[in-house]
Ligand binder design. Sequence first.
Ligand code: NAD
Length: 473
Amino acid sequence: MSEYQMIINGQKVGSDATFPVINPATEEVAARCPKATEAHLEQAVAAARAAFPAWSARPGAERGAIIHQIGQAIEEHQAELVSLLTLEQGKPGTGFAGMGAAFEIGGTLAWCHAAADLELPVDVIQDNEEARIEVHRKPLGVVGSITPWNFPLMIAIWHVMPALRSGNTVVLKPSEYTPLTTLRFAEIINDLLPPGVFNVVTGDGSLGAAMTNHPDINKIVFTGSTATGKKIMQNASCNLKRLTLELGGNDAAIVLPDVDVAAIAPKVFATAMFNNGQTCAALKRLYVHEDIYEEMCDALVALANSVTTADGSTDPDFGPVQNKAQFAKVCAMADEARASGARFLTGGEPMPGPGYFYPVTIVADIADDTRLVREEPFGPILPVMKFSDVEDALRRANDSPSGLGGSVWSGDPQKAAALASRLECGTAWVNTHAMIQPDAPFGGSKESGIGVEFGRYGLEEYTNIQTVYISKT
Ligand code: NAD
């Protein structure tokens, strides 16, 4: 079994205590990871604090050049990182529609290089005989990054690269379910950065909570559940930490009767089942007009029946659900929906173990107050609801505490865009869903989060404004 170590102040660091990382396809221990102590966290924060003055003083272009080198290093170790992702997360290498572990590493590379090229130019808002007023963007100090288990490496890159690019130093804590790819990544890039600029500590939620309480961490960037996001917000008040919170979603999609069902069904299916449904902005509630309801259900069932779910190392379409607790949640939500009278068109029962395997499941005629509709299942199960009046569909789509993304599907994109703009969410898509790219801001409204990531907008969240007022009188 491979030895994994944390990276603190440029050094590989172990711990007397360790915790197991489970392969979700076999339920066997894939590796053991160091469990950070309070002292480890103190060392990591102190190292990041000490590294901050020199790192933040470097010209932005120099930091960008190093981030490009980090991208190159990831590329050189691509095959190894893909295998490691399959081992700990469960996702296949290629997977359905080519959206498996290799896709995650591809995204990691794209976001890394894009972050390297971002800039924070000074904004001159006045320059006349009275005064010149400039708006500068200053790094915050030490950024604490806390990541989830669904896209372990890509989300780490989303947090860390803009933080570094804008001159901050970082302490990262990956999910205790999927720390291996992040630890290996940190080891691979360790020589490229000065000691202390990027530190990784491993442990469970209590370590995350200690970070959010730490007086020497200036900002927390967190991707994970809304419940944890709320706890982080409370703790962050200790020193008025800046926050970017990318939280849960329960995205609705409205399908109007003028669509070509055969043409859109594969896209709807792919965006609902992306990463086995374990995607924050996956399509999670499908509202279909009554005229095309049965046709859409039939098309989705045909797709569901054509895919394979198995151990990710055999490269099926989909792997297991990532962990036991999430698997139990998916099973319970399906059972509850069945008990309430919903019609299961395919799937609906866990597959024989070992491994947390659940088949792709399509559920029709399900009541709006069912838990499977009210809450995100974060698994391969899609509820399909019928509507007759589009205003009613919009009201039902917006009747959720979540507001990450939403979409409208129609043969008339203009009409769809007008409707989509009335969805209460951070990203409104037309004739697609869950499409993101490095230069377009992404974030949630309502309880799906605070702030945005990506591009110039995302970069600015790692800075404070400093207004420079130069009097000329
Ligand atoms: P989670 O909230 O259980 O855990 C996420 C991270 O927070 C882990 O590293 C965990 O150890 C840590 N943590 C747990 N308790 C903590 C505490 N009290 N203080 C600080 N840190 C703590 O979430 P998860 O189960 O890993 O991820 C799934 C959730 O993440 C889903 O709800 C999903 O929608 C959401 N998600 C959102 C986005 C987005 O961009 N909006 C992206 C991916 C996942």
